[in-house]
Design a protein around this ligand. Structure first.
Ligand code: SF4
Ligand code: SF4
Length: 322
């Protein structure tokens, strides 16, 4: 069913959802930046912006610095404490590209031996799609077949259109806002840039693409903004802090660009060069794993050297046609 309503009714509705759920949605910071944030009833949710929020939904779904175990044997009351996922009902309002990112995380964390904490978290999470009415400067989701306004695969989608909001409800996963006017609605066709370098299937081959890899490895500062902001990067490390008497075990995000990422016993590294690391990154994002890049453009937004994924595809395209 399709409906139309105004911004006031959407704001009141989100406020009322905060009474029964933890609500995560885009919020404007005082300097104008948009971040996905946990919403308090007094907060104004921002649904009128171009592109994606700066941070990724991964911050709330698969967070960095997750404490797994704590131990303390320093007194007679020695204890080991484990930290399991709370069963809290949550709603997250996301751009369509970020919804696709969550579906990729689902496939990753629920494959083979499922991550039980992740499963529990997802069972209590409702996804609401925020359709795009404006395209951000770094967006290229259409390259990977993601639609800025979802056509089919949503349960509830909100899209700003002029001075109103279009509410599309397929399944009644939530109580809907008040003051809805039922309408017939065809979403406007909106596309981002579509990049299709001929060599996308062989882009991981750094020996064939020497010019491209020379450029990437020369420019990359190894700051790791791109992997940490990427909503589909899943690699992590498990680290113990403290000693055998008192300490904690943490799960930290890792990055395939770190030089220690593939180091093995006795210092052996099967992928010893920076070109190897980049080859694995491009293969993971553009070739393997159902092409895990969703074209959100965050790596382009953060990269100090202009070699986010969109820029790399543009460089590759340029070299294809040179
Ligand atoms: S590689 Fe870049 S554009 Fe692709 S999903 Fe990750 S952050 Fe977004
Ligand atoms: S953001 Fe740019 S400079 Fe930083 S690690 Fe990624 S590609 Fe390299």
């Amino acid at each position: 069913m399709n409906y139309k309503t105004d911004g006031d009714s959407i704001a009141k509705w989100i406020k009322s959802l905060c009474r029964s759920y933890e609500v995560i949605a885009p919020k404007k910071e005082p300097n104008g930046d948009i971040f996905y944030s946990i919403i308090k009833p007094s907060d104004a949710v921002c649904l009128d912006f171009a592109g994606t929020p700066i941070n990724t939904p991964k911050d709330f779904i698969y967070e960095n610095y997750k404490r797994l175990i704590k131990w303390d044997f320093s007194s007679n009351e020695s204890a080991v404490e484990t930290f399991e996922e709370e069963s809290k009902k949550r709603i997250i309002f996301l751009r369509n590209c970020d919804i696709k990112a969550i579906r990729l995380l689902d496939a990753w964390f629920e494959q083979d031996v499922a991550d039980e904490d992740y499963k529990k978290f997802r069972e209590n999470l409702t996804l609401v799609t925020i359709g795009c009415h404006l395209i951000g400067p770094h967006c290229f989701c259409s390259t990977f077949g993601v639609d800025p306004v979802e056509k089919e695969n949503y349960e509830l989608q909100l899209t700003k259109e002029e001075n109103s909001y279009i509410v599309q409800a397929k399944n009644l996963v939530l109580e809907l806002p008040n003051h809805l006017e039922e309408i017939s609605h065809e979403p406007k066709e909106l596309k981002t840039v579509i990049l299709d370098p001929k060599n996308i299937h062989t882009i991981y081959d750094f020996e064939k693409n020497t010019e491209l890899y020379n450029e990437i490895t020369k420019r990359c500062q190894l700051c790791d903004g791109c992997t940490f902001l990427c909503p589909t990067c899943t690699c992590y490390d498990i680290v113990d802090h403290g000693d055998e008497i008192k300490g904690e075990r943490l799960r930290l995000w890792d990055s395939c660009l770190f030089s220690s990422f593939t180091k093995m016993a006795k210092g052996y590294d099967p992928e010893p060069t920076f070109a190897h690391s980049w080859s694995r990154r491009l293969s993971c994002k553009l070739v393997m794993n159902d092409r895990s890049c969703i074209g959100c453009g965050r790596c382009d937004m953060t990269c100090p050297s202009n070699i986010g994924m969109k820029s790399i595809l543009m460089l590759a395209q340029h070299k294809d046609h040179a």
